[in-house]
Design a protein around this ligand. Structure first.
Ligand SMILES: N[C@@H](CCC(=O)N[C@@H](CS)C(=O)NCC(=O)O)C(=O)O
Length: 196
């Protein structure tokens, strides 16, 4: 199904967040559920020259990469009534115009027993995106995040708040990619913060 089909004339819509949206949705919604989507892995492979970086020093933010056996945990937000148009208008600027993300439809599986899946809209930055950075070593990604900042704040904040969300809300879910980058950034900045 195309994104416009899931949205057309709908009085209720689920929007799945897996990056900054999990800790900073910044739009009005009726309710939220923690859960996951299948067939995608979360990676710090997208560049950001607005929110967490600039043209000279683009930051690194997450996107979703298709992988059959993978799943990505996050938060789905249900918007209803006028919230549908308001949230999509806001996210179009935040995610698409300023972030380079496209919309796709996914199946969202809420956490907990006997919860049926819902269709949800998700924002994904694909490799053909001009500011897509692609794979890099944990050390290289950490070094980039440690020094970048943009109009929404430091790239380190973006990383640490996502790691905090996963630890607090999905304590049984391991995310080696996320936590290895977090550990590498903390190793880099600890001496600086404790110096003097
Ligand atoms: N689309 C993902 C990633 C969203 C994301 O991190 N987008 C960036 C745009 S590059 C953003 O909104 N940043 C706001 C911020 O960093 O405060 C999600 O669902 O959370």
């Amino acid at each position: 199904m195309k994104p416009q089909d899931i949205v057309a004339g709908k009085s209720s819509l689920w929007i799945f967040g897996y990056g900054s949206l999990v800790w900073k949705p910044d739009f009005k919604y009726k309710r939220s559920k923690i859960g996951y989507i299948k067939g995608y892995k979360r990676r710090f492979w997208h560049g950001d020259n607005f929110h967490r970086g600039d043209d000279e020093m683009p930051g690194r933010v997450v996107t979703l990469i298709e992988e059959d056996d993978a799943c990505t945990w996050g938060v789905a937000f249900e918007v209803t009534g006028s919230q549908v148009e308001e949230s999509l208008k806001y996210l179009n600027v935040r995610e698409a115009v300023r972030g380079g993300y496209l919309t796709r439809v996914v199946e969202f599986f809420p956490q907990g027993m006997n919860q049926s899946p819902d269709q949800a809209l998700v924002y994904i930055a694909t490799p053909d995106n001009p500011i897509y950075l692609g794979p890099a070593s944990t050390e290289k990604i950490a070094a980039q995040i440690a020094v970048c900042k943009g109009k929404s704040g430091h790239n380190i904040e973006y990383l640490l708040r996502l790691a905090e969300f996963m630890r607090d809300s999905c304590p049984d879910v391991d995310d080696p990619h996320l936590f290895s980058i977090e550990a590498a950034v903390l190793t880099t900045i600890r001496p600086i913060l404790l110096a003097g």
